[in-house]
Design a protein around this ligand. Structure first.
Ligand SMILES: [Zn+2]
Length: 134
C-alpha cells in the first residue's frame, strides 16, 4: 500500500474513532439516564406505598368515625325517648320538621324501659328515692 493510500484512509479511521467515541458517550449517557430513572422509580414506589398506607388509614379512620356517629345517634334517640323529647332538636329549633320547637322533655310519651335505664338511676341518686340500695 502506498503512502498516499494510507493517508487517504486516515479520515475513515478518524470517523470510525469518532463514531466509537460518540457511541461510548451515548452509552454512558444512557447508563446515567437509567441510573437516575431507577432512583426516581424507587422513590416513587416508596411514595406510592406511603400513599396506599395513608389511604388505608384514612379509610379505617373514616369507618371508625362513622361507627362512633352511629353509636351517638343511637344513644341520642334512646335518651330522647327516655325523656319524651324530640330526637332531632330537643325543643331548640322552631323550624324542626319533627316538633316545630316544642320537643322538650315530656313533649311525647316517655319510653318507660329507656327511662328506667337512663333516667331513673340518676333520680334515685339525686333524690335518694331508693334507700334500700344504701
Ligand atoms: Zn325537634
Amino acid at each position: 500500500m502506498s503512502r498516499k493510500s494510507l493517508n487517504s484512509n486516515v479520515p475513515i479511521v478518524e470517523k470510525s474513532h469518532a463514531r466509537i467515541q460518540a457511541s461510548e458517550k451515548d452509552r454512558k449517557e444512557q447508563a446515567e439516564v437509567i441510573r437516575r430513572l431507577t432512583i426516581q422509580n424507587v422513590k416513587m414506589l416508596k411514595q406510592v406505598a406511603a400513599l396506599k398506607e395513608q389511604a388505608t388509614s384514612e379509610k379505617n379512620k373514616s369507618a371508625q368515625q362513622q361507627i362512633e356517629i352511629d353509636l351517638m345517634k343511637h344513644r341520642n334517640t334512646n335518651l330522647s325517648e327516655a325523656l319524651g323529647s324530640c330526637h332531632i332538636c330537643w325543643g331548640d329549633d322552631n323550624e324542626c320538621p319533627n316538633c316545630k320547637g316544642k320537643g322538650i322533655a315530656g313533649w311525647q310519651a316517655v319510653n318507660k324501659r329507656y327511662f328506667n335505664i337512663y333516667i331513673l338511676p340518676c333520680l334515685e341518686v339525686m333524690y335518694e328515692f331508693n334507700n334500700s340500695k344504701k
